[in-house]
Write a protein that binds this ligand. Structure first.
Ligand code: PLP
Length: 412
């Protein structure tokens, strides 16, 4: 394993994240972190857990009350036929859930088909399990969705699973119900697993979120992965969960869970209980504000991306994955997306991630996270305008942005 890890790449996003800490007054549009704070229900529940000395070991797969609430949410919201809270397991964020699943499910050499571009830790976790990620393009011309005939053509005798992520990081593409139904049919016909990463299930502006495990006969074939990070602005608290009815697989996952963390941090699990027991208005308020930020950002890009950066506003997630004009001069050689990231970081102090970091099909694009607050977005756009020589943007950004919606009161 030691030497094998030398061949597993580190995420470029994390390299950029670490580098951005050395930039003065940066615009942090690089990582997928929202600028909101966790709701007060989460903070109050964590405070209470501390005061009540909930600082001891816990059940390996999660506090029973949290598992009960999650099973209920999966049944009610995702329409997944969870029979028992034991089918749910709490993890240290979604990334940990993906690690557990890859370790527990995959054999060396197993192929897993995944979108290209894709969130890098996803392929990294497959590689760490000695499996083989096989990219299948999602196409800008299809709203960053698969051509499903092409997806099917990627299946070989070594294919074990398909990984989907809708809404999608880095493009914001959302699979339609028809897409999910066709993927479900492929998975059933070809006897595959479906790994469904639903990290952005609550960040959809247009369209609907369809959990594949809700479709007839699919729960048995699906491992569904979720996180509190994006829905409740809990990125640093590290709370995620997964669901599968397959008890043999769960036994394996439980071992990896135990060996990697014994149990997920106690206080954070109580924070999760607070999030689920409290009113859910914050989820809709975050989404409404994210939509306004998306529109502000795309208005700004239209005026001051100087035609160098273009693309349609996405229906989901909170990333702008923008095409770089091939005529943009970048000293000729190498990756245009890395050259653009270097240009914007060094000249404009804007954190961003080169499309190439998400896979070969991402080359020629650059990703910005628009979940930052409006002032930071407007500042980044202004700075970008200067770097591209298009002048000031503040009036455009101010004119195009509606007033911020009121977030629910702190105690809600
Ligand atoms: N899946 C995708 C596609 C993501 O983009 C992320 C985070 O950015 C995650 C899963 C996991 O997030 P976390 O580990 O914070 O729960």
């Amino acid at each position: 394993m030691g030497h094998h890890l030398d061949r597993v790449p580190f995420s470029g996003i994390i390299r950029i994240r670490d580098m951005m800490y050395s930039i003065e007054n940066p615009f942090r549009l690089d990582q997928g972190d929202v600028s909101f704070d966790a709701p007060d229900t989460v903070k109050a529940a964590m405070r209470r857990a501390i005061d009540e000395n909930k600082s001891h070991y816990l059940q390996t797969t999660g506090v029973p009350r949290l598992l009960e609430l999650l099973a209920d949410k999966l049944r009610r919201v995702n329409r997944i036929p969870v029979a028992d809270p034991d089918e749910v397991m709490v993890t240290t964020g979604g990334i940990h859930a993906l690690y557990l699943v890859c370790q527990a499910l995959l054999e060396p050499g197993d192929e897993v088909i995944l979108p290209d571009p894709t969130w890098p830790p996803c392929a990294g976790n497959m590689l760490a399990a000695r499996a083989v990620p096989v990219g299948c393009p999602v196409h800008e011309s299809l709203g960053w969705r698969f051509d499903l005939d092409e997806l099917e053509s990627r299946i070989t005798p070594a294919t074990r699973a398909i990984y989907i992520n809708s809404p999608h990081n880095p493009t914001g593409g959302v699979l339609t119900r028809a897409d999910v139904e066709r993927i479900a049919a492929i998975v059933q016909e070809r006897n595959l697993w479906l790994l469904s990463d639903e990290a952005y299930e609550d960040v959809i502006y247009d369209g609907e979120h369809v959990s594949p495990a809700s479709l007839p006969g699919m729960y048995e074939r699906c491992i569904s992965v979720y996180t509190f990070s994006k829905t409740y602005a809990m990125t640093g608290l590290r709370l995620g969960y997964l669901a599968t009815p397959n008890s043999a697989l769960r036994e394996r996952i439980k071992k990896v869970l135990f060996y990697t963390c014994s149990n997920v941090t106690s206080v954070v699990q109580f924070g999760g209980i607070g999030a689920l027991e409290g009113p859910q208005d914050c989820v809709a308020a975050f989404r409404e504000e994210l939509k306004a930020r998306r529109d502000l950002f795309y208005d700004g890009i239209r005026h001051h991306g100087a035609g160098v950066l273009t693309g349609a506003a996405p229906p989901g997630a909170f990333y702008a994955f923008l095409r770089i004009d091939p005529a943009w001069p970048h000293e000729g050689k190498g990756s245009a997306s890395w050259a653009m990231a270097a240009h914007l970081i060094s000249r404009a102090r804007i954190g961003c991630v080169p499309g190439a970091d998400f896979g070969p099909n991402g080359e020629g694009y650059i990703r910005f996270c628009f979940a930052r607050d409006r002032r930071e977005l407007a500042g980044a756009l202004e700075s970008m305008g200067r770097a591209f020589g298009t002048g000031a943007i503040s009036e455009v950004a101010a004119a195009s942005s509606p007033p911020p919606p009121r977030l629910p009161p702190a105690s809600a």
